[in-house]
Every structure is written in structure tokens, then in C-alpha cells.
Design a protein around this ligand. Structure first.
Ligand SMILES: Nc1ncnc2c1ncn2[C@@H]1O[C@H](COP(=O)(O)OP(=O)(O)OP(=O)(O)O)[C@@H](O)[C@H]1O
Length: 376
């Protein structure tokens, strides 16, 4: 959990935002307790267990086709759960309830605002469906638009709203039903890069104020890290890692996550400071471990040399070939293969001085102190 948040980040704890749970209440009487089992045709099966306390913001992250959207749709009741699945929210079993009678608010990727209704009536739609009178629903909607800084746009139709404004109207519409579970599907994907920055910061504040469980799906690690207290990484229908953003960034456990957070990652067998990589070299690390481990280091920790360095104190020295180069921020990221495959960041000046290009032979060194080993 980030310091700015006043909420619990425990997946199963009961010390949540108001109303406080009686101390004797089982933890799972509050928040989300779901096992999402979904069969998609004969080739894809999702089986993901998600628990979250009120106030948690959980991001589902994963490559294309991993099952993130399927998980979100299952939580919303838009796809049925298969045998073994369950979905409890605040202690109530919801898996057989139709979407419209679940206390769940959804912000879809394209927002799905009603084009013929004003922003106010779009937001009022939620409370109206939950039995509020027209006047009551409109009063509540006006309150939500005010909170979102959109009071002056209440009378605008969606086509007159910017992407960021439409996103906030969609969020207001979902929140106006006072859901116990808020689902956001790629909430920032429809926005251009500049708008995205502002909207990300605003969304973060709204999620921090939200007192129930929020689950969002994203491809973007930055969105996930900024918006969520906890990341759940899904690959091929399964959870491969979950934890706080900093845990995951420091200790990735799959190639996908390592790539996402920009680290070189290897799996091997440790014997003290030496880690043997199967079919590869041994790496010297600062950590002293025994048994199966991961070793990670950032591309910026690698130094390149045109000739074999002499007198270098680096224990990790590999002979490689440059297989690719691409711009990465204001740096160049080079991919190397050979004794070890790795990514290296270097400045354009360094790349010019070394005169490297795809096909160049190169020596790479990494200091043991720049590597990080942890149990696999
Ligand atoms: N309606 C469907 N019928 C059959 N298979 C489906 C259906 N929708 C999705 N799938 C399959 O389910 C798997 C998971 O898809 P899903 O859309 O949940 O992944 P995702 O992680 O959200 O991917 P993306 O990031 O590309 O949106 C994929 O193999 C996909 O082809």
C-alpha cells in the first residue's frame, strides 16, 4: 500500500475502511472472495483466486490472451463460472445472480456512455436502475459530477466531452450505484499520452477515496503500479505472481514480469555467491544463497567493452553478440546473445564510441553488487 492511502491492503484482513467489521466477524464477510473458473472453448481455462478487503485496489496484469478480461467479465456476471468457481462479496454468494442485481459497478474500456443522454442523465441512470426516483437520481448524479469536477459539463452529451471527461462520467456512473465492487477495464487505454497522465492522477485519488473493493485490468505496468495496492499477474489463465508493486518490481518470477519491469532475469542453482544457470554461465552475486534462485539485474548495470577487458574487477564477464538495438527513452537498449542473453542500456554517445551495431562482438560485465538473487 502506498503511504498516501488510508486503507488496508491486506487481501483477507478485516481491518478495513468504515464501516468497521465486528472483531469476531470472519475476514471473508467483508470484501471479495472469488475463485474464477471459466472454460473458453476447449483451449483456454481460467482458474484464478482473488481475495481483497474493502479499500483494496487490485490490478490484474498480464500479456494478451492471459485471461484478464475474462476474469473481469466473470466478476461482473457477464460470463458464467464453471464448476468449482465461486464469487462472494461481503459474505454473499453472487455467482448465480445476474449482472444487474450484483452490487458491482463497471467502467468499460470504451466507457459505453449513452450517446443520446447528457452527462447528468448518464450518471443518473445507475441510481434510477436501483430504484431511485428521477429527481433523487438526478440530484445524486449532480453530486457525483461535482465531485469529479464536471459540474459545468452536466448538460453535455458524450460527443462533446473529451476522453478524460468521458472517462470521469463513466466512473461517476459506476460509483453512483454505490457498488461494493468496482471493475475497471483498461481504464486509461482510450486516452492519448498527455491526457493519460492527468487522468491517471485523478483516478488514483478517486480510487483512494473508494471504500469498497476495486479491480482493474491493464496492460500497462505504470498504470498498475500507480493505481493499485496489489498486482495480480496472470499468464495463460493462472496467477504467476502477486504482491505489492515494489515486491513485484524487485523480485519478478517470470520472463514476462521481468520484461515488464525492465530487468534481466535468470533462474539457476545457488551455491553461496555463485549461481549456475542451466546451459549458461555461472553468475557471481552479492547474495549468499543455496538452492534454486532467481538472479536479476537492470540493463543499466551492464558495462560493454569492445575488447576483452583486462584488469576489470567484475566477476561477471561474458562474450556476446549484439542482436538488436532500439531507442529506449533517451537511451539505447541493446539486446545481446551469446554466453548469456541480456538487455543493456547505454547512451547514444557510448554506443557511438563503442561503434556497435547488430552483429558486433562485445564483452559485457556486471558487478556482483549490482545483481540481486532471491529464492525461486
Ligand atoms: N467469447 C470467447 N469465446 C471463446 N474464447 C474466448 C472468448 N473470449 C476470449 N476467449 C479466449 O480466452 C482467452 C483469454 O482472453 P481474454 O480476453 O480474457 O484475455 P486478456 O488477458 O484480457 O487479453 P487482452 O489483453 O488481449 O485483452 C484467450 O485465449 C481468448 O482467445
Amino acid at each position: 500500500m502506498t503511504d498516501a492511502r488510508k486503507k488496508t491492503s491486506s487481501a483477507t484482513g478485516a481491518t478495513a475502511a468504515p464501516p468497521p467489521a465486528p472483531s469476531s466477524a470472519p475476514a471473508l464477510d467483508e470484501g471479495l472472495d472469488a475463485r474464477l473458473v471459466v472454460e473458453r472453448g476447449s483451449s483456454f481455462r481460467l482458474d484464478v483466486t482473488l481475495t481483497a478487503a474493502p479499500g483494496d485496489v487490485v490490478a490484474l496484469l498480464g500479456p494478451n490472451g492471459a485471461g484478464k478480461t475474462t476474469a473481469l467479465r466473470a466478476l461482473a456476471g457477464l460470463v458464467p463460472l464453471s464448476d468449482g468457481g465461486r464469487m462472494r462479496l461481503d459474505g454473499a454468494e453472487l455467482s448465480r445472480r445476474p449482472p444487474e442485481s450484483r452490487p458491482v459497478g463497471v467502467v468499460f474500456q470504451d466507457y459505453l456512455l449513452f450517446p443520446h443522454l447528457t452527462a447528468l442523465d448518464n450518471v443518473a441512470f445507475g441510481p434510477r436502475c436501483h430504484g431511485a426516483s428521477k429527481a433523487e437520481a438526478r440530484a445524486q448524479a449532480a453530486g457525483w459530477l461535482e465531485r469529479m469536477g464536471l459540474a459545468t459539463h452536466a448538460g453535455s452529451k458524450p460527443r462533446r466531452l473529451s476522453g478524460g471527461q468521458a472517462q470521469r462520467v463513466a466512473l461517476a456512473r459506476a460509483l453512483a450505484t454505490r457498488p461494493r465492487l468496482l471493475l475497471l477495464d483498461e481504464p486509461l487505454a482510450a486516452l492519448d499520452a498527455r491526457t493519460r497522465l492527468d487522468v491517471r492522477a485523478q483516478l488514483r485519488r478517486h480510487l483512494a477515496d473508494f471504500e469498497a473493493v476495486a479491480v482493474l485490468v491493464t496492460h500497462d505496468p505504470l498504470d498498475a503500479m500507480v493505481l493499485a495496492d496489489r498486482l495480480v499477474v496472470i499468464e495463460d489463465g493462472r496467477i504467476v505472481q502477486e504482491g505489492t508493486p515494489s515486491d513485484i518490481a524487485r523480485r519478478p518470477r517470470t520472463d514476462y514480469i521481468a520484461h515488464l519491469v525492465g530487468l534481466n532475469l535468470y533462474r539457476g542453482e545457488a551455491e553461496g555467491h555463485l549461481v549456475r544457470i542451466p546451459d549458461g554461465p555461472a553468475l557471481t552475486t552479492a547474495d549468499d544463497l543455496t538452492g534454486p534462485v532467481f538472479v536479476a539485474f537492470p540493463p543499466s548495470a551492464v558495462t560493454l567493452h569492445r575488447g576483452r577487458p583486462t584488469g576489470s574487477s567484475a566477476r561477471n564477464l561474458w562474450h556476446c553478440e549484439v542482436t538488436g538495438m532500439e531507442a529506449h527513452g533517451d537511451q539505447i537498449r541493446a539486446s545481446l546473445a551469446g554466453e548469456l542473453s541480456l538487455a543493456v542500456d547505454l547512451t547514444t554517445v557510448a554506443a557511438a564510441e563503442l561503434d556497435i551495431h547488430p552483429g558486433s562482438e562485445i564483452w559485457a560485465t556486471v558487478k556482483a553488487s549490482q545483481t540481486h538473487a532471491y529464492p525461486a
